[in-house]
Ligand binder design. Structure first.
Ligand code: ZN
Length: 547
């Protein structure tokens, strides 16, 4: 028997063998079991998520002579066997990407008219968005008055390009990228069934290359096995990171070329870089991820020591943005090259304000992507600050001297708002009760002229914060390993002007920290009288009783 690729060999034969897409499978099985299958379906979704497999199983079930009660085909009758062999006369597939003209559709429609009664003919039109408008019109006429024994399945990766007149005549099912968990399980099952010797490392690599597509993951598994293991990540990626640390574009580009030459897609290289940076970020925050091997943990520790936190966060942002862009890009390699070049060359960097304004958007997009690929690795948002640095802060004198000894800020180290915000919960936890209570009433809003701008709801509150400003500046400077000044302002618009959505964000992040009960209960005399403590603890509050 000729060699069959893993993907073909393990193509799902029944609905319950499909990986993921439960919502589609349930709906179709019910429709078949209850004999209310529609005449036209639109299956949309990324490549390799099971659209064509599902359409074939649908066709098989509709022609099965001993259909199971739950709508599954028996896979044993003559019809099922002819479907499995690809020799059934009841299944017609047309790839609209290569046969997109009116003639191809007319030919198909003439066959539709000749259908043998009693059997259900299933027509699969793959990449239906590629049809010419003439072909679309011809198809539309048939969809308007479909013969009773015909079911159309239109499959597409780009449903928005399918004309609305066709879309509105179909039942639309959206196929999703398969989660890493489900796909990992499937890969292990395939490997076990085929007697293949795969390691956890291979599965991780293959899942990354597959990017949620069963077909791509299985081809990657085959390639990996054929080449005798996963490509060596370390050397080339290490070189890219070195180039960023050294600020040397030639090192970065050389490392990137080596990584690409070893056969990995640019998206995968980007994801490996993100993984390395994220692990270093977590390590430097004292939260080394526990899924790392000893070797990986050691690499993360080294990277977190060699690369300043500001560079790590900026690299995460820049490469993360490039990964988002790559999804739509005709040449993802260029997106990645531009990103790492920017990071390695200070003059190519956009100024911090531009980066900040794009950051919210990128973070949102990444969250959306993260939800669809359901990665299991921890993200920076999930840091558990409660287990962060518990050491008692050194005395103010020691802190001042250590800050003054710091090197002047290099051009490379542009301070970002997100960086300050990311360390703030931990900093705040270690502040004195007074400073903690007072600073809980405001928020960081921007970086201006190298200073962090902290906004407070009113003048009284600002003056109170000014009294303990140096303590906060020192804590932040120490954490960031750079001298950091804070500029206190009153938020424009008057007394209680923390905007509604910002208030929600703030309380969602740190609702239990806004009011520091400890500072009320354990107040010492130096913290001021009871009334001012209450005012401090309730941001925006003012004393209204005249005396
Ligand atoms: Zn059957």
């Amino acid at each position: 028997m000729a060699y069959q690729s893993l993907y073909r060999r393990y193509r799902s034969r029944r609905f319950n063998e499909l990986v993921g897409q439960e919502h589609v499978v349930t709906a179709l099985k019910n429709a078949i079991a209850e004999n209310r299958v529609g005449h036209a379906y639109l299956f949309s979704g990324p490549r390799g998520t099971g659209k064509t497999s599902t359409a074939r199983i649908l066709g098989k079930a509709l022609n099965c002579t001993s259909l199971e009660a739950d709508g599954e085909p028996c896979c044993k009758c003559d019809s099922c066997i002819s479907f499995a062999e690809g020799s059934s006369y009841d299944l017609h597939e047309l790839d609209a990407a290569s046969n997109n003209g009116v003639e191809a559709i007319r030919d198909l429609i003439s066959k539709v008219a000749l259908g043998s009664p009693g059997r259900t003919k299933v027509y699969i039109l793959d990449e239906v968005h590629m049809l010419t408008s003439g072909a679309e019109n011809a198809l539309l006429k048939t969809l308007e008055e479909p013969p009773s024994h015909v079911v159309f399945v239109l499959a597409t990766t780009e449903p928005q390009k399918v004309v609305s007149t066709i879309r509105s005549r179909t039942q639309h099912f959206e196929f999703e990228l398969i989660s890493a968990n489900l796909l990992g399980e499937h890969l292990r099952w395939v490997a076990n069934d085929a007697g293949l010797n795969v390691t956890d490392e291979m599965i991780d690599y293959v899942l990354r290359v597959g990017g949620g597509s069963a077909r791509d993951a299985l081809s990657a598994l085959e390639q990996t096995l054929a080449s005798g293991g996963t490509p060596d990540d370390d050397t080339a990626v290490e070189e890219v990171l070195d180039g960023i640390i050294l600020g040397d574009p030639s090192v970065v580009i050389s490392g990137l070329s080596k990584a690409i030459q070893s056969g990995r897609p640019p998206r995968v290289i980007g994801e490996i870089l993100i993984d390395r940076l994220r692990n270093a970020f977590l390590t430097s925050m004292g939260n080394s991820p526990d899924h790392l091997s000893d070797h990986q943990a050691e690499m993360s520790k080294t990277l977190s020591e060699r690369m300043p936190l500001a560079t790590i966060t900026r690299s995460l942002e820049t490469i993360g943005a490039a990964l988002v862009g790559m999804r739509q890009s005709p040449d993802p390699r260029i997106d990645l090259e531009v990103a790492v070049l920017k990071l390695s060359h200070p003059k190519l960097q956009t100024d911090s304000n531009m980066v900040l304004s794009r950051l919210d958007k990128i973070e949102h997009q990444l969250q959306v992507l993260g939800a669809s690929t359901a990665s299991e690795s921890p993200t920076p948002e999930k840091i558990d600050h409660s287990s962060a640095n518990e050491d008692t802060p050194p005395s103010p004198l020691e802190e001042v001297s250590s800050i003054e000894a710091l090197e002047p800020v290099e051009e490379d180290g542009i301070l970002s708002l997100s960086e300050v915000e990311s360390i703030w919960p931990e900093i705040k936890k270690n502040l004195s009760g007074k400073a903690k209570a007072r600073f809980s009433g405001g928020r960081f809003i921007s970086i201006e002229g190298g200073e962090v701008v902290f906004a407070l709801p009113n003048e009284i509150h600002r003056d109170r914060c000014a009294e303990c400003l140096s303590e906060v500046e020192e804590s932040i400077s120490k954490k960031l390993h750079r001298k950091t000044n804070i500029h206190l302002i009153v938020e424009s618009g008057g007394q209680e002007t923390v905007p509604q959505e910002k208030t929600q964000t703030l309380s969602a992040v740190s609702s239990d920290e806004d009011i520091d009960v400890d500072s009320l209960e354990n107040a010492d005399a130096s913290a001021g009288d009871g009334l001012s403590l209450v005012v401090d603890s309730f941001p925006g509050a003012k004393i209204v009783t005249d005396e």
